[in-house]
Design a protein around this ligand. Structure first.
Ligand code: SF4
Length: 122
């Protein structure tokens, strides 16, 4: 049996949980709601994270543009996705929500703009 402490990052409450693993079973205590248990199970089986970052552009007035992934990606792919984001230069005007990288690394998530700094028609 192994026991570890884990902080749920699903909401700002940030519950500190005790997570016990034995014989393939996972027991979670200290969570205020069910989402904490789901978070703990996911962390032990397939941890997922979001990415918020910036991407380079060719526009002098906005040399970088905020972006994020459209859905959580596996935690162990964060650096690979960041490498993809760092390789991109936006050369056309785009709006908030527009796709910058479609299906990044085949993860079924897009990298999208979170800003209207380069909104079309500006
Ligand atoms: S267990 Fe529930 S209340 Fe606690 S941090 Fe997670 S989501 Fe929030």
């Amino acid at each position: 049996m192994s026991t570890r402490e884990m902080v749920c990052i699903t909401c700002p409450r940030g519950c500190t949980m005790q997570v016990e693993q034995f014989d393939g079973a996972i027991k979670v205590t200290g969570n205020f709601c069910k989402r904490g248990e789901q978070f703990a199970v996911n962390e032990l089986t397939m941890p997922m994270r979001t990415i918020c970052s910036t991407v380079k552009t060719s526009f002098p007035e906005s040399p970088v543009l905020p972006c994020r992934v459209s859905k959580d990606i596996p935690k162990d792919k964060i650096f690979d996705v960041m490498n993809e984001i760092n390789r991109v230069v936006v050369t056309e005007r785009i709006s908030r929500g527009d796709v910058i990288i479609k299906n990044v690394l085949g993860l079924d998530a897009d990298v999208i703009s979170t800003s209207d700094l380069l909104r079309k028609g500006e």
